[in-house]
Write a protein that binds this ligand. Sequence first.
Ligand SMILES: Cc1cc2nc3c(=O)[nH]c(=O)nc-3n(C[C@H](O)[C@H](O)[C@H](O)COP(=O)(O)O)c2cc1C
Length: 323
Amino acid sequence: MKTAITEMFGIDYPIVQGGMHYVGFAEMAAAVSNAGGLGFITGLTQGTPEKLANEIARCRDMTDKPFGVNITFLPTFAKVDYPGIVHTVIEGGVTVVETAGNNPKEIMPYLKDAGIKVIHKCTSVRHALKAQEIGCDVVSVDGFECGGHPGEDDVPNMILLPRAAAELDIPFIASGGMANGRSLVAALALGAQGINMGTRFVATRDAPVHDNVKNGIVAATELDTRIILRPFRNTERVLTNAAVERVVQKEKELGDSITFDDIKPEVAGVYPKVMVEGDMDAGAWSCGMVVGLIDDIPTCEELITRTIAEARDIIANRLAPLA
Ligand SMILES: Cc1cc2nc3c(=O)[nH]c(=O)nc-3n(C[C@H](O)[C@H](O)[C@H](O)COP(=O)(O)O)c2cc1C
């Protein structure tokens, strides 16, 4: 299946795995890329440029297909060595970077000089236009239903994607709520050139996370995510659990007077506990409404192959006869 995305990145299918904290290790990125999609290592999870260099090398041992590195610019608790990360990505011969959070204006010259393609993930048309203006090659348009940080505008993909299609000159991929062949066909119909999936890839056999997380995603429904951190203008969609319900309650009770310290126990240092130890009540972790569409734990190969087969079937047998 050829689109502007497959052509630009030299991949078989227009399916991308977005960066995911404590999920996007070499095993995850390589499995997606080996299955014909585009996998991403999550740069910040590695902690230091040295460890990231090692992770890039490990991924290269696992696949000879293209893969990328996600660089997230978000408020974090630890100070991040961004120049070191960018240097490592360039030295490591990575050909594509996914940026998220703030726009990547400051690192663009270094990435472009190195011939690296940049996909910027953003949650509004104005941010997508800004990304286009500063030279990003692709935008990943993340609707309100997405796992992680949907921004502060709350526009779902049914509106956001056609708005992006109307305004952008560069290609874009649809992110948030994508799970299967129906999602892919819908995204293409709404103007995207491919899809980005997060939560769906966590519930795969290849994802290097605890089985409790995968089983939790399969068990959850579309009613089980919550929006938190809005008072901090750092809104995040997470899977509900006891800790998340405490955060929701504190945000309600404390209103404008809430401080980060009030919720620190529920949001700081959570990912290793959930993803590595499988402690599902440890705190808040990103998860999309798409959990409602996930009811199995396939390999990435099975997931991508069946997504493409389903999409082809819908296009040929349901849509083409309507034309
Ligand atoms: C567990 C998890 C961790 C995530 N961590 C990051 C991250 O560190 N950086 C980032 O840019 N996006 C992160 N995301 C967002 C994904 O890359 C992707 O944009 C999002 O999951 C798409 O929505 P979906 O979950 O509905 O597919 C994360 C998502 C999940 C589910």
